[in-house]
Design a protein around this ligand. Structure first.
Ligand SMILES: [Zn+2]
Length: 404
């Protein structure tokens, strides 16, 4: 169990006896699958007994192919389990006497080995074929091997970008597999394609800009000069300003905003903070050819959600000052506008983490507004995870300090 998980357990104030709760499934229900996962976690832990912090797996350099690929931690962990043949496939569960049959419950055509579930089963083939249209992915023939190590062998032959595409597609295939085995209707394949493309786009943006910002150093700061002039909320407003409020403990808050000018230039600003005000990420993007302010607000929502899902493991709420964008994002509102594709993606992301939606006043949305201006006026695109620049720090502070 991770330390952060342990910290989430609330201890009783009274002197009660400890009790055991079956936590791997929500609501404490016991299932074969949760027992299987728990058994596997034990096995994985003992596999890693020799580990050191410099070499978390205590094994050969092959693991670097997974741990050094720039995908979110949850995708790396998934890939690691896959590589250890530790996914809950029918074959693996039958082997452990947790299932009677090894046959694939989705297609019924073959034993559900990891290779079958990830590559050959019709649901997997469907996603691989649409993703091959847009990404440089290995063909099914290239992946085929009578070797249980087929996955690591494949990784070895790929460059880093291909590994990102490969692992992200695998991760999504397994997600669809789980929806199907839990009798849920998975999202249409085109939605999975859009989801993956936009997710990877935001990952690559992070990769590029984190590196760029470290290298540029002073240059970036120079480019940002004058930002506080534009980014700070106007100081001469007579009314008492509303202030940004931190979220409750254990929940993060994502603020998004779009900025737009009549020449079609636009910017988006996205910032996620925790209850103590610490920043998970701050991001902005410069956009061109936008039709109106609403389109920029929607773009900010879409990208903010992608970043939030990638960089915050826990629950979060989304705040926007655009009532129209919030209304469109809400399940149940007819989704027939020309923004329909984006809205669909936004709703998928909201569902993925059950993100709460909240309207906030413009005054209390100052940091994301400042970031959006940074994108629009200063034509900056970037994501800052920790070491953001003083100008950005100033914009964030603008949210928390009430004007005199
Ligand atoms: Zn199958």
């Amino acid at each position: 169990m991770q330390a952060s998980e342990i910290l989430k357990i609330h201890t009783s104030g009274r002197n009660e006896d400890d009790f055991l709760a079956w936590h791997p499934e929500k609501f404490g229900a016991f299932t074969v699958r949760s027992a299987y996962r728990l058994a596997l976690d034990e096995q994985l832990r003992s596999d890693g007994r020799q580990a050191t912090s410099a070499n978390p797996l205590g094994t050969s350099t092959d693991w670097k192919l997974i741990w050094q690929t720039p995908v979110p931690p949850k995708v790396r962990i998934f890939a690691w389990k896959l590589a250890r043949n530790a996914l809950a496939t029918q074959v693996n569960m039958a082997h452990r006497k947790m299932e009677t049959f090894a046959t694939c419950t989705i297609c019924g055509n073959a034993d559900e080995t990891t290779y079958h579930a990830m590559i050959q089963c019709p649901h997997a083939r469907g996603l691989w074929s649409v993703m091959r249209e847009v990404w440089n992915l290995p063909t099914e023939e290239m992946l085929f091997e009578h070797n249980p190590d087929w996955f690591m062998h494949a990784l070895k032959r790929l460059d880093v970008d291909q590994r990102v595409f490969f692992l992200m597609t695998m991760w999504r295939v397994w997600h669809i597999h789980n929806e199907l085995t839990h009798q849920k209707q998975p999202a249409p394949i085109e939605a999975s394609k859009r989801f993956l493309m936009s997710y990877v786009q935001s990952l690559l943006l992070i990769e590029q800009n984190v590196v760029v910002d470290l290298e540029k150093g002073k240059q970036s700061v120079d480019q940002l000069k004058g930002f506080s002039k534009h980014g700070k909320p106007a100081e001469k407003r007579p009314h008492v300003k509303d202030k940004w409020r931190p979220p409750d403990e254990g929940v993060a808050k994502l603020n998004v905003d779009g900025a737009f000018s009549m020449d079609g230039r636009a910017g988006t600003g996205m910032i996620m903070r925790r209850s103590d005000g610490s920043v998970v990420f701050a991001a902005c993007r410069q956009l061109n050819g936008y039709a109106d302010a609403l389109e920029a607000e929607i773009a900010a929502m879409e990208e903010g959600l992608a970043l939030g899902l990638a960089w915050e493991p826990g629950p979060f709420i989304l705040e926007s000052d655009s009532a129209d964008a919030l209304m469109l994002a809400k399940e149940g509102t007819p989704n027939l506008s020309r923004h329909a594709m984006r809205i669909k993606l936004i709703r998928d992301r909201i569902r993925e983490r059950e993100v709460g939606l909240q309207k906030v006043s413009r005054d209390a949305n100052g940091a994301s507004h400042g970031l959006a201006l940074l994108g629009r006026v200063h034509e900056r695109s970037g994501v800052w995870l920790q070491n953001y620049q003083p100008e950005i720090a100033e914009a964030i502070k603008a949210d928390c300090i009430s004007p005199v």
